[in-house]
Design a protein around this ligand. Structure first.
Ligand SMILES: *[C@@H]1O[C@H](CO)[C@@H](O)[C@H](O)[C@H]1NC(C)=O
Ligand SMILES: *[C@@H]1O[C@H](CO)[C@@H](O)[C@H](O)[C@H]1NC(C)=O
Length: 489
């Protein structure tokens, strides 16, 4: 009797707690948030009226702008392009790098990317920790996204631009700037926050870095995670589709963004700028200058997905299909940086593997090369090789083509969809899937006449100009031009 009473009591308590919580949530959703939105919309509308100016201002959201990676090259090149074309436009960059002084930052841009900018203004954001993944052990994607709204609000309060451009993929900030700040929204996405690949991993219950073992093994948890991912993907799509102009960095990203944001008509593929000027202008060496050696070069970090194993196996296959005196003159040169013990172990494994396949005399490892040494290796080589499956883009493939090599890449991902053309007449390289295919192609390349080789090399060098800095500038400006039309004309 007593225990039933006790259970009833607990149930009643639980039910009332749930009721209270849901009432609070409903009140928040239906009253507080709308009031908050209306209030701030009003505030920002008035601010805009007061600060009316002739030329538009652009706010670029890039909280990690001092990082010096590929994403930052896009940022600074975009700013350079805007400054050249629209000199009167004011550009500000929202950054969370509190310790970086503007002048120091621009000097770094000059030394890292060789881009000289006119002075721009920085707005320093203090809430960047809210978007850092390690703050959130659970529901990381959602928590980070909500964090980005909070950070975005700090940005909007500090400076209200006419045009808001996000170059780091924080889609959750778009509705904020659009509906509360009244800005036009441009977006440049390198990598979707959630991709259909991630959903597929959870479906198939594959373990991966974003799918923990306990979840992959438990069907109930997997189900909950699928639901969470789906809801998140829908939300992400809603936020993303608020952008007026969407740019993506490759056809891989385009495919995923189209699948989730579902607005292909305003989505444009603008390849990021690759620094290939020096490579494209490298003089080609004759066979004699290369010492009669046919070098096959791979430039890739020693990471498992780069699939160096396949390269060793290709050498093994190649050996069995070509004559001995030719084989003596073939070298596989593996260039890569070796940054830690894991890398070192993998290099060791590859050395052992090449001994196992008895090709070690024809395989060379060149670790930690400087840029000038790398250029020299490119120049001494004849064939460039890439073996990673489903690489999203493949900048190393572009670099090989620019350096005047005949390139064989894996028949998947970016190399297939963005980079290499295999049609005869306009051929810029080769694609292969397995060791035997690769080996046959290498044999074929060696047997080509000089004219045929030069045709491929010239076509490849001409084709990579679509990844050059000039092409990026042109395409970027063409894509964002609608932002400037009504105001500047
Ligand atoms: C696009 O961005 C992703 C993520 O940074 C990167 O892996 C990929 O190589 C980029 N694509 C191009 C064309 O640079
Ligand atoms: C390459 O450089 C890293 C540090 O940048 C160093 O730890 C490593 O030992 C170097 N590896 C070789 C093989 O020189």
């Amino acid at each position: 009797m007593f225990s039933i009473h006790c259970i009833m009591d607990t149930i009643i308590k639980l039910v009332s707690l749930t009721l209270i919580l849901s009432t609070i949530t409903i009140i928040c959703l239906t009253i507080i948030i709308p009031i908050w939105i209306i209030y701030w919309r009003h505030v920002f509308k008035n601010r805009r009226k007061l600060n009316k100016k002739k030329n538009p201002s652009i706010g670029i959201f890039h909280p990690y702008c001092n990082a010096g990676g590929g994403g930052e090259r896009v940022l600074w090149s975009a700013i350079e392009a805007i400054q050249k074309e629209y000199s009167k436009v004011k550009i500000i960059v929202y950054t969370g790098d509190l310790d970086a002084h503007p002048e120091k930052m621009l000097n770094k841009v000059k030394s890292t990317f060789d881009i000289t900018l006119n002075p721009i203004e920085f707005i320093y954001l203090h809430r960047r920790k809210w978007i850092e993944a390690d703050c959130y052990p659970r529901l990381t994607l959602l928590a980070q996204s909500i964090g980005s709204i909070y950070l975005g609000f700090e940005a909007l309060k500090s400076y209200q631009p006419d045009i808001f451009i996000d170059t780091m993929g924080y889609a959750f900030t778009y509705p904020l700037f659009k509906y509360i700040g009244g800005c036009s929204i441009g977006s440049y996405t390198h990598y979707p926050t959630i991709s259909t690949d991630m959903l597929r991993h959870v479906y198939r219950r594959v373990e991966s870095h974003n799918n923990h073992r306990t979840i992959a093994r438990n069907p109930f948890l997997s189900g909950a995670k699928i639901l969470y991912y789906h809801l998140f993907a829908i939300l992400y799509g809603l936020m993303g589709s608020c952008a007026d102009i969407i740019m993506v960095n490759s056809s891989w990203t385009e495919e995923h963004i189209n699948a989730i944001w579902k607005c292909p008509l305003k989505t444009h593929r603008v390849y990021p700028p690759c620094d290939i000027v020096r490579l494209v202008n490298l003089p080609l060496l004759s066979n004699a200058e290369k010492g009669g050696v046919i070098r096959i070069i791979s430039v890739a970090q020693f990471r498992p997905e780069k699939n160096h194993q396949l390269m060793i196996r290709i050498m093994y296959e190649l050996r069995s299909i070509i004559k001995d005196d030719l084989w003596k003159n073939i070298k596989l040169v593996l260039v890569g940086s070796c940054r830690n013990d894991d890398d070192k172990n993998r290099v060791k494994d590859m050395q052992d593997l090449s001994k196992y396949f008895a090709v070690d005399e024809n395989v060379e490892f060149k670790l930690n090369l400087t840029y000038n040494e790398l250029i020299n290796e490119y120049q001494m080589s004849t064939i460039g090789i890439h073996t990673m499956w489903n690489e999203h883009f493949g900048i190393s493939v572009v670099e090989c083509m620019a350096a005047g090599l005949i390139t064989i890449a894996h028949d998947s991902g970016g190399p297939r969809s963005d980079i290499i053309e295999t049609q005869q007449g306009s051929q810029t390289g080769f694609l292969a899937w397995n060791a035997i295919e690769y080996a046959n192609i290498i044999k074929h390349i060696i047997s080509l006449s000089d004219d045929d080789k030069n045709n491929i090399i010239n076509a490849a060098r001409a084709s990579v100009s679509r990844f050059s800095c000039e092409t990026f500038e042109r395409e970027f400006l063409r894509t964002v031009a609608p932002f400037f039309r009504p105001k500047l004309e």
